[in-house]
Design a protein around this ligand. Structure first.
Ligand code: IPD
Length: 262
């Protein structure tokens, strides 16, 4: 797809950040065996990637605001536009040498996501969308899956870790869903979970406790691929609450009934 100038800037920046992170990822494997482990190294790599992305985007569009995972939000001279960036979604995977992580860049205009890019450098998969122009992976148009039976569908989620409050509710939800579907995956990168729903690899995804930068690009990509995405709590706000549910259209209502507490 021939994208807008903004989309081209986003994709170029995501690729550049991806190249740097890929080099660092090679290093992480060596550090696994060191006594200190790769923790500090990864947090430096994450920060360096965000600094690089911020510099590229702010240079290309000096008036836009910037919200990233690693630093304080920057308000732009143009208050209607901001970049929302996760330089490294799937940090825990990266830290453990698991090849499943991504760079996520979204552009918000007047409170709506208008362009989104999720780049997986390990697999060289670029997922992207612009409002009204469909969703794409590399050169191919993406559509959500066409499955309409829960029992044939697989879903992704995030499992609460390190004492997070959502654990009891997640366990109850899993107890309802697991007997009724073909499987649940927890791959550890919410941006890629959303991209995979758009690509029809997963039939749906839900999670609580996320941040705007984890999901901003993915929200648009799922919608542009024909998926339905809603706040997990009906009257909620996806970006602010970080709680969402999405699926292909035929399955959404049935899936949502199982996931949402009555
Ligand atoms: C994390 C991942 C993970 C999700 C966590 C997020 P990060 O993002 O998206 O899948 O379960 O809640 O924090 O920290 O790797 O950018």
């Amino acid at each position: 797809m021939a994208g807008s100038a903004n989309l081209n800037v986003m994709m170029k920046t995501a690729r550049k950040a991806g190249r740097g992170l890929l080099k660092d990822f090679g290093e992480v494997e060596n550090l696994q065996v060191s006594t200190k482990g790769p923790g500090d190294f990864v947090s430096r790599a994450d920060k360096a990637a965000e600094a690089m992305i911020k510099e590229e985007l702010m240079h290309a569009r000096p008036t836009y605001g910037f919200l990233g995972e690693e630093g304080k939000e920057i308000e732009g001279d143009d208050p209607t536009r901001r970049w929302i960036v996760d330089p490294l979604d799937g940090t825990t995977n990266f830290l453990h040498g698991l090849p499943h992580w991504a760079v996520s860049i979204a552009l918000e205009h007047k409170g709506q996501i208008v362009a989104g890019v999720i780049y997986d450098p390990v697999k060289d998969e670029m997922f992207y969308a612009e409002k009204g122009s469909g969703a794409w992976m590399n050169e191919s148009r993406m559509r959500v899956s066409g499955r309409h039976r829960l029992i044939e569908s697989i879903f992704a989620t995030g499992l609460p870790f390190a004492g997070r409050a959502e654990l009891p509710e997640t366990l109850q939800t899993l107890a309802r869903l697991l007997p009724a579907c073909a499987g649940v995956r927890r791959f550890g990168a919410a941006a890629l979970d959303l991209a995979y729903v758009a690509a029809g690899r997963y039939d749906g995804f839900w999670e609580r406790g996320l941040h705007a930068w984890d999901i901003a690009a993915g929200i648009l990509i799922v919608r542009e691929a024909g998926g339905i995405i809603e706040p997990l709590d009906r009257d909620g706000d996806i970006l602010n609450d970080g709680a969402l549910i999405c699926a292909n259209e035929p399955i959404f209502e049935t899936f949502a009934k199982v996931i949402r507490p009555s």
